[in-house]
Design a protein. Structure first.
Length: 380
C-alpha cells in the first residue's frame, strides 16, 4: 500500500530503492558503507529465507526513512509460527520527531517513525507474520514502544574465556555494565579476521562413538537435530533449519561463520556456530550459537572443548558469547562453565514484541525466550 502524506510518501520498497537506503543507513551501519555495501544489503535484506518486508519514507525523490522486518520461521511453545525480526530502523536527522511530522497532513500528524513502523506491521501481518520482535538500542526503544510494541526485559549471561590476558583488556572493558550498552549501537565495529578460515576441525575425541565434524556444504543433518531440540524444549526462538543456518552462518557475507557439529554413533546431537573478528588489535572468537540435546551434555562439552582448543591453536585472544538465562539455556551454561568461560556481571536485554493471536501470557514472558548471539545480533 502506498500513501501520499503531505509531501512525504510512505510506501513499500521498490527495486532501486536500495541505493537510497544505503545512503541513509551507511553512516551508522558500517557494513552498508564502502565498496561491498550493495552486496551486503542484498544478502541481509533480500537473500534471507523469507523475503523481507521493507517500508520507506520518500521526500522529493530521496529516501529519508526506513523500517523493515525479516520474516523467518520460529518455534513458539509447542508449535511454530512465521515470525519476523525488526531490522534497520533509520530516520534522517532532519525528519526526526516533530520535524518529520510537519511534512504530514495536519489531521494525521504523528511521528514519522511510528508511521513507518505501523505500515510495516500491517504489511507483515498481511503476509502471514504472527510475531514481530526486535532488540533495540536505548535510543530507539521509546519510539518503538510508542508505535505499538510491547516491551520486556530479558536476563542475559555474558560469558568470556580470556586466552591472552594482555590482549583482552579493551574487550573486557567494552562488555562491562554501562560501557557494554555501546554495543547496542547499530554501528558494526568488528571486522572479519582471516584466522577464521584457518581454524581446524578438532581431533576426534577419545570417547568411542563420538566424532566432531564441520557442517558446511551439507546441512541436512540439522533438520533432525532441530526437530529433537524443538520437541525437548518449550521456548520461543528462531528455527535452526538448514536454509536459515546456511544464510545466517556459512553464507554470511558480512561476518563469515563456521559451524562444527558433534555426532554420537553417526547422529548429529549438537552444534556450535562461531566467527572470529578483529577488535582494536584483539582477536575475538564469538560463539554465536550453541544447540544440544538434553541427554547429550557430554558430547556438547567435548564439542566446545574442541572449539576452544582450535581457537587457541590459532592465537585467538578471547572467546565471548551471550545467552538468555532460563531453563532452555541451562545446558549451555553448564557446558560453557566446564570449558572455562567466566560470567561477567549480570546483564539485561530489551526485547520488543508485536504479536497477533499468540497468548500474551506466554510470549511476553522473557523466561520463555531462548536468545543467543545468532538470534539477537543483526548480521554478526
Amino acid at each position: 500500500m502506498t500513501h501520499m502524506q503531505g509531501r512525504i510518501i510512505v510506501r513499500a520498497y521498490e527495486k532501486g530503492d536500495e541505493l537510497g537506503i544505503i545512503e541513509l543507513m551507511g553512516e551508522n551501519w558500517k557494513h552498508l558503507s564502502g565498496e561491498n555495501a550493495l552486496r551486503n544489503w542484498e544478502w541481509e535484506y533480500k537473500q534471507c529465507c523469507e523475503d523481507s518486508v521493507i517500508t520507506v519514507a520518500e521526500h522529493d525523490g530521496k529516501i529519508m526513512g526506513h523500517y523493515s522486518v525479516l520474516p523467518m520461521r520460529m518455534k513458539c511453545g509447542g508449535g511454530d509460527v512465521l515470525g519476523a525480526k525488526a531490522e534497520g530502523s533509520a530516520i534522517h536527522p532532519s525528519y526526526r520527531g516533530k520535524a518529520g511530522a510537519a511534512f504530514l497532513p495536519e489531521k494525521e500528524r504523528r511521528n514519522l517513525f511510528s508511521v513507518l513502523i505501523n505500515e510495516t506491521f500491517d504489511r507483515a501481518h498481511e503476509r502471514g507474520v504472527d510475531l514481530i520482535w526486535g532488540f533495540p538500542n536505548k535510543d530507539a526503544l521509546k519510539g518503538q514502544v510508542k508505535a505499538g510494541y510491547d516491551h520486556m526485559v530479558s536476563l542475559m549471561s555474558s560469558l568470556i574465556l580470556p586466552i591472552s590476558i594482555m590482549k583482552t583488556t579493551s574487550t573486557l572493558i567494552r562488555k562491562l555494565p554501562g560501557i557494554s550498552a555501546l554495543r547496542g549501537s547499530p554501528t558494526i565495529w568488528s571486522t572479519p579476521s582471516d584466522k577464521l578460515s584457518r581454524i581446524t576441525v578438532p581431533d576426534r575425541p577419545s570417547e568411542p562413538g563420538v566424532r566432531i565434524v564441520e557442517i558446511r556444504d551439507d546441512l541436512s543433518g540439522l533438520k533432525g537435530l532441530w526437530e529433537r531440540f524443538s520437541d525437548e524444549n518449550d521456548c520461543v526462538t528462531i528455527e535452526r533449519s538448514p536454509d536459515h543456518m546456511r544464510w545466517r552462518t556459512t553464507g554470511n557475507v558480512v561476518l563469515p561463520h563456521r559451524m562444527f557439529g558433534v555426532e554420537r554413533n553417526g547422529e548429529l546431537v549438537g552444534l556450535a556456530a562461531f566467527t572470529v573478528v578483529d577488535n582494536d588489535k584483539t582477536v575475538e572468537g564469538r560463539i554465536t550459537d550453541l544447540l544440544g540435546l538434553k541427554d547429550h551434555e557430554r558430547e556438547l562439552s567435548l564439542l566446545m572443548e574442541g572449539v576452544v582448543q582450535s581457537m587457541k591453536n590459532e592465537k585467538v585472544h578471547i572467546l565471548t558469547t551471550r545467552i538468555s538465562r532460563n531453563d532452555t539455556s541451562r545446558l549451555n551454561e553448564e557446558v560453557f562453565s566446564e570449558s572455562g568461560f567466566l560470567e561477567l556481571p549480570r546483564a539485561t536485554m530489551d526485547v520488543l514484541v508485536k504479536s497477533y493471536g499468540i497468548p500474551g501470557e506466554y510470549v511476553l514472558k522473557p523466561e520463555n525466550w531462548y536468545i543467543t548471539n545468532l538470534f539477537s545480533e543483526g548480521v554478526s
